[in-house]
Design a protein around this ligand. Structure first.
Ligand code: CAO
Length: 552
């Protein structure tokens, strides 16, 4: 059986075009004229069909390769060849792009080399397309047009193409509107000419030599043949499922990384136009929507995530109503946001929690007496305010607890902003007490009270919730013994505090009743090790045991 090399045919005056799609693979049986690959320049895309039927033996191109006339696309084992065996064969006429670029056809006389007056731009030779519909107008009166800039997009049932301008100038008047049917030679626009473009006689003459397909083809005009609308996989037609958009829109989308297949076109016949790509990009940037790839990567805020992105088995789907009455309630906005953050932090940080107790008997006595003395001031000193002050001291002694990971580096922060978890009707919020190192316990208590109130009233500003270098989560007013708080990335540690209670503590001679505060310090093992964490807790315990140490 004969083998044939299938080559890129005469594709007009495209020098090198990129392979953007492989439409067949090794082993495929292809028919004569079946499209093999799609190539694209900056203005046009076209499919290269097979000149013979057979089985694909070897692909000679891959995505991204640049090809030109004569490049071998693939090797085919011909079956009842349409061409002579072992002979390099150019594809049949259909896709041979009539290479003229923007030359106005016979109907329009060749433009002079330089024009100052009005210039007519007409539909060039578009092969044997008749009565093609204008589906997109890409310019407006007053626009300054460059030579070869696309003016309109026309579409038949099998292909679409952009019609470029043959001259540069200012657009005075458009002679067509969306829905009009046009043919070769029809007037599209009037320009106030600046200079003639490729419509200069030499250019106009050259490429028209290429044969225009005998078969109704997608023989494309100039710089413009393109993605077809037709579902049929005809030569030059788009394969089923390929987004319906012009080459320039496809290029625009590719530059922005927009997955065209996820867009709904608002143009005629559902065609994707530039506005659709822009609207999709805006929606993604504002967070109003996600691409499928983003959705697959983003861990879901709640149990709704299927774990696929982590290679986990799917989340169990249970019809709870089968077992009893249920009520479904959407998560609130704050829960959704904090849920996504907590999940990321829980999964991505190799976190370890050290539990410890510290003796706050004397500190609590001091706090109670201070509050009694200051009863009239209206400011109540809270245990959390002492904890914040003690933590600043410990963070200064162990600076890696006040750092953040940045790639392979640690960023040490020479400021001490302490976040504290606040329970609010809408969910967990973390206001940040700024510059805690510069403030006394009274001022911290007062500011904390104000921030906690704002949090509960839903009035915290973004600035009041950002910049923390370390966080404390206190459940002391509620209860519990220990817990394992989740680090608030990009911080590297968080202190959990539970309810203090009187306990018998052995002093070497006897058990003494002491008020013991349970501490749970969670730390990022990439930055901190267990010994440092144990030292941090021990030091914190010493300060809380005797607050005068803060002064040392
Ligand atoms: N041990 C024993 N009692 C404590 C205590 C502790 N560690 N900490 C506070 N208390 C006491 C207080 O002294 C106060 O008692 P009095 O009214 O008799 O004086 C009472 O508990 C209530 O304190 P508080 O909670 O109002 O004040 P706070 O400064 O301790 O906390 C705030 C403020 C905003 C942190 C707190 O209201 C809050 O929201 N805590 C929940 C934080 C949270 O949800 N963490 C979990 C995060 S992970 O989901």
């Amino acid at each position: 059986m004969a083998t044939l090399e299938i080559q890129v045919p005469d594709i007009g005056d495209f020098d090198e075009v990129a392979v953007i799609e492989l439409l067949v693979k090794v082993g495929d049986t292809v028919k004569a004229e079946q499209s093999l690959i799609t190539v694209e320049s900056d203005k046009a895309s076209m499919e290269i069909p097979s000149s013979a039927a057979g089985v694909v033996k070897e692909l000679k191109v891959k995505l991204g390769d640049k090809v030109k006339q004569g490049s071998v696309v693939l090797v085919l084992e011909a079956s009842g060849a349409a061409s002579a065996p072992n002979q390099a064969v150019a594809p049949a006429a259909p896709v041979q792009a009539a290479p003229v670029s923007v030359a106005p056809p016979a109907a329009a006389p060749s433009a002079p080399a330089a024009v100052a007056g009005p210039v007519e731009v007409r539909v060039p030779d578009i092969g044997d397309f008749k009565d093609v519909a204008v589906i997109e107008i890409m310019v407006k009166a007053g626009d300054t047009i460059k030579v070869e800039q696309s003016l309109i997009t026309v579409e038949s049932d099998k292909a679409s193409m952009e019609i470029p301008s043959s001259a540069a100038g200012v657009l005075k008047e458009l002679k067509v509107k969306v829905g009009d049917k046009v043919n070769i030679g029809d007037l599209i626009a009037m320009l106030e000419g600046i200079s003639a473009g490729v419509a200069a006689p030499a250019a106009a003459a050259a490429p028209t030599a290429a044969p225009v397909a005998a078969a109704p083809a997608v023989a494309a005009a100039p710089a413009v043949a393109s993605v077809a609308a037709a579902p049929a996989h005809a030569p030059g037609g788009a394969p089923v499922g390929l987004p319906h958009a012009s080459p320039s829109v496809r290029k625009f989308a590719r530059e922005l990384g927009v997955p065209l297949e996820e867009l709904k076109g608002s143009g005629p016949k559902g065609r994707i136009i530039q506005d659709d790509v822009q609207a999709f990009t805006k929606a993604v940037m504002s967070g109003a929507t996600q691409t499928k790839a983003q959705a697959a990567k983003a861990p879901a805020a709640s149990s709704g995530g299927d774990g696929a992105a982590l290679g986990l088995i799917p989340w169990p789907k249970v019809d709870f109503a089968k077992f009893g009455p249920i009520e479904r309630k959407e998560l609130g906005r704050i829960k959704k946001i904090s849920g996504a953050n907590l999940l990321r932090n829980a999964i991505m940080i190799p976190a370890v929690t050290n539990h410890d107790d510290c003796d706050i008997t004397d500190l609590e006595a001091f706090r109670v007496s201070t509050n009694k003395e200051n009863e009239k001031s209206g400011v109540k000193v809270t245990m959390l305010a002492f904890l914040i002050k003690a933590c600043v001291s410990a963070l200064k002694k162990f600076p890696e607890f006040n750092s953040s990971l940045d790639g392979d580096a640690l960023v040490f922060k020479n400021y001490w902003h302490i976040g504290f978890a606040a329970d609010t009707p809408n969910g967990l919020m973390v206001p940040v007490l700024k510059d805690a190192d510069k403030k006394g316990v009274m001022q911290i208590s007062q500011e904390m009270g104000e921030l906690a109130k704002k949090a509960r009233d839903g009035k915290l500003s973004p600035a009041e919730m950002s910049g923390a270098t370390f966080t404390i989560s206190s459940l002391g007013g509620i209860g519990g013994r220990y817990f394992t708080p989740i680090i608030n990335a990009p911080e590297v540690a968080i202190l959990g505090v539970c309810k203090s209670q009187m306990e018998p503590v052995w002093d070497g001679k006897a058990f003494q009743p002491r008020l013991m505060l349970p501490l749970s310090l969670t730390w990022d093992h990439r930055v901190i090790d267990g010994a440092a964490a144990a030292r941090f807790n021990a030091y914190l315990g010493q300060i809380l045991g005797d607050f005068r140490r803060v002064l040392l």
